[in-house]
Ligand binder design. Structure first.
Ligand code: ADP
Ligand code: GLC
Length: 481
C-alpha cells in the first residue's frame, strides 16, 4: 500500500507545532503495517538546507508564477518529496507569516501549489509512482482532494485530516481561475465557503474520508457550537469521519535515552526526575528549595491554549506554595505578561520566550506537573510526552486532552488508574481548583507516585493509532471511484 502524505511542516525538517510531529512520525509507525509512506512538503530554506544530496525527480514549469523542481531525499529514514519553488517558498523564518507577523499575501498560491503537485503525483506525475491514497493534512493541503476530485480521471483515494479547525485557509473567490479550479467548483458542494474559497472546507467536502486527531474533538467539530463554521458540513459527513488519537515519537521522546535531559530514566525509580528539576530550575533562575512543587508549560502562546487564564490564576498557584516555568512563544501581549511575572518574582516564576526543543525536553523531565489549560485542543502532544516523562498532566477537559488523561477522581485513585487531573469548564476558577487539587495530591506522595507510575506505563506510542490509519487507508483504497 502506497500513501502520499502532504503537509506544510514535517519534523525534523520544519516545525511550528504538533502537525510537524505527527507528519514526521506517521511514516515510521506505518512501515511495519505494510504501508509505504512518502511525504510531500514545501522547500522552505530551512528544509532545503537539511537535505543531504537531494535528487531532482521532476521539473515543473509555470507553477503559479514560476518554475519549480520536485526533489527526493531521505531524511533520517523519512522518504520526502520536497517542492522546491523559490518564488513561493524562498523566504526566511516562519512558514506562514512574514517578520511582522502577517500572513504572506500569496499564501493561497503557496499552498495551492503544494496541493496541486500532490494531486498531480496522485495522477502519476512521477514515473512508476502511483499512490493508492493521498492523505492531506490541514488547510495547506486541503485543495489536494479538490484537484483530484475535479481531475476527471481514475484517481487515488483521499483523506483529509483536521489537526486544527481554527486555521481554515480562506481566500477570495476571484482566485478560482488563477488556482486552476473549474467554475463548477465554486458551489456549496465544492470549494465555496462564505462566498470565497475555503481550502479546508474543500478538503472536508471533497475528500473520501475525514479524520481528526481525537474522538472527542471529532464529536466537538461535528456540532454547530464547536464546528467553527464547518460543523454542519462535518456533522453531515459524520459517517465518513473518524477521530484517531495521535501518538508521540517514542524515539524522539524517550526519557531513557533523551540527550537533552540532565539525568536519564533508569528502571522504575524516579530519582532522575529530581536532577532534571534542579537543572531546569537553575536554567531558568528559580531559587526555591527542591521541595517546592513545580508546574511547567510548553506551548504556543495563543487564545487556543488558555494561557491568559493561567496568568489570572498565578496568584493562586503561588499561594499554594508552587512555582512555575513557562516555555512558549506567540502572542506578543502574552509574551510580555509572562515576562513581567518572571521579573516580578524571578525566584519562583521562570519564563523562556522562544522556541527551544532541548528546553522542552527538560521541562518534561523536570516539572512535577504539566499544565495544559486549552480552550480547545484537537489532540495535544505535550500531555502525552508528560505521561511518558513522569510529569503529571493537569488539563482542560476538552478534545484530545479529555481522551488521554485519566482524572484523579476518588474512584480512579481507589482503583489505582489515575494519570492526571482534568478540569471543566475552561475558566479561571476551575483551573484554580485543579491547581489546588494537584497541590493536595502532590502532598500525598504515595498517590502522586502511583499517578506518575501509571503515566509512565501508559502506551502513548504510535502503534495503536497507526493500526487505525492502516485500516482506513485499506478501506479507502479499495473503494470504487
Ligand atoms: P499545537 O500543535 O497546537 O501547538 P501540540 O501539543 O500538538 O500543540 O504540539 C506542540 C508541539 O510543539 C510539542 O511537540 C511541543 O513540545 C512543541 N512546542 C510548543 N512550543 C514550544 C516551544 N516554545 N519550544 C519548543 N517546543 C515547543
Ligand atoms: C494541532 C492541534 C494539536 C494537535 C496537533 C497535531 O496543532 O492544535 O492539538 O496535537 O495539531 O495533531
Amino acid at each position: 500500500m502506497r500513501v502520499l502524505s502532504v503537509a506544510s511542516e514535517v519534523f525534523p525538517l520544519v516545525k511550528t507545532g504538533g502537525l510537524a510531529d505527527v507528519a514526521g512520525a506517521l511514516p515510521g509507525a506505518l512501515a511495519s503495517r505494510g504501508v509505504t509512506m512518502r511525504t510531500l512538503l514545501p522547500g522552505y530554506p530551512t528544509v532545503l538546507e537539511k537535505l543531504d544530496t537531494p535528487k531532482t525527480l521532476r521539473r515543473i514549469s509555470g507553477l503559479f508564477g514560476g518554475d519549480a523542481r520536485l526533489l527526493g531525499a531521505d531524511v533520517d529514514g523519512l522518504d520526502v518529496l520536497v517542492l522546491d519553488a523559490p518564488h513561493l517558498y524562498e523566504r526566511p523564518g516562519n512558514p506562514y507569516i512574514d517578520s511582522l507577523g502577517l500572513d504572506w499575501p500569496d499564501n493561497a498560491q503557496r499552498f495551492a501549489a503544494l496541493s496541486k503537485v500532490a494531486a498531480d503525483i496522485g495522477l502519476e506525475l512521477l514515473p512508476r509512482y502511483r499512490p493508492h491514497v493521498v492523505h492531506a493534512h490541514d488547510w495547506q493541503a486541503g485543495l489536494a482532494p479538490a484537484y483530484l476530485a475535479y481531475a476527471g480521471k481514475k484517481r487515488p483515494g483521499t483523506i483529509m485530516t483536521v489537526h486544527n479547525l481554527a486555521f481554515q485557509g480562506r481566500f477570495p473567490a476571484e482566485l478560482l481561475r488563477p488556482l486552476g479550479l473549474p467554475q463548477k467548483a465554486l458551489s456549496m458542494d465544492g470549494v465555496e465557503y462564505f462566498g470565497g474559497i475555503g481550502f479546508l472546507k474543500a478538503g472536508l467536502r471533497l475528500a473520501d474520508r475525514i479524520t481528526t486527531v481525537s474522538p472527542t474533538y471529532a464529536a466537538e467539530i461535528s456540532t454547530v457550537e464547536g464546528g467553527m463554521g464547518l460543523g454542519g458540513l462535518i456533522g453531515g459527513r459524520a459517517d465518513l469521519l473518524s477521530g484517531i488519537l495521535n501518538g508521540v515519537d517514542e524515539a524522539v521522546w524517550d526519557p531513557a535515552t533523551d540527550p537533552y535531559l540532565k539525568a536519564r530514566r533508569r528502571g522504575n525509580g524516579l530519582a532522575w526526575r529530581g536532577r532534571n528539576k534542579a537543572a531546569l530550575k537553575e536554567r531558568l533562575g528559580l531559587t526555591t528549595p527542591p521541595e517546592n512543587m513545580l508546574f511547567g508549560v510548553i506551548s504556543r502562546l495563543s487564545e487556543q491554549k488558555g494561557l491568559d487564564l493561567l496568568l489570572a490564576a498565578l496568584p493562586r498557584l503561588k499561594a499554594l506554595g508552587a512555582d512555575l516555568v513557562v516555555l512558549g512563544s506567540g502572542d506578543a501581549a502574552l509574551e510580555r505578561a509572562y515576562l513581567a511575572e518572571a521579573s516580578k518574582d524571578p525566584g519562583r516564576v521562570g519564563v523562556f520566550i522562544g522556541y527551544d526543543e532541548p528546553l522542552a525536553h527538560l521541562v518534561q523531565g523536570g516539572s512535577d506537573a504539566l499544565l495544559v489549560p486549552s480552550r480547545f485542543e484537537p489532540c495535544g502532544l505535550t500531555q502525552l510526552c508528560a505521561l511518558r516523562y513522569g510529569s503529571v498532566p493537569v488539563v482542560a477537559r476538552v478534545g484530545g486532552l479529555a481522551d488521554t488523561v485519566i482524572d484523579a477522581n476518588e474512584m480512579a485513585i481507589a482503583a489505582g488508574v489515575a494519570t492526571g487531573i482534568q478540569f471543566a469548564p475552561v475558566a479561571r476558577e476551575p483551573l484554580e481548583h485543579a491547581l489546588a487539587r494537584a497541590a493536595d495530591l502532590w502532598r500525598q506522595p504515595k498517590i502522586w507516585r502511583q499517578m506518575q507510575a501509571n503515566g509512565l506505563a501508559t502506551d502513548v506510542g504510535w502503534q495503536r493509532p497507526a493500526a487505525h490509519y492502516a485500516a482506513l487507508y485499506r478501506a479507502v483504497a479499495s473503494d470504487d471511484r
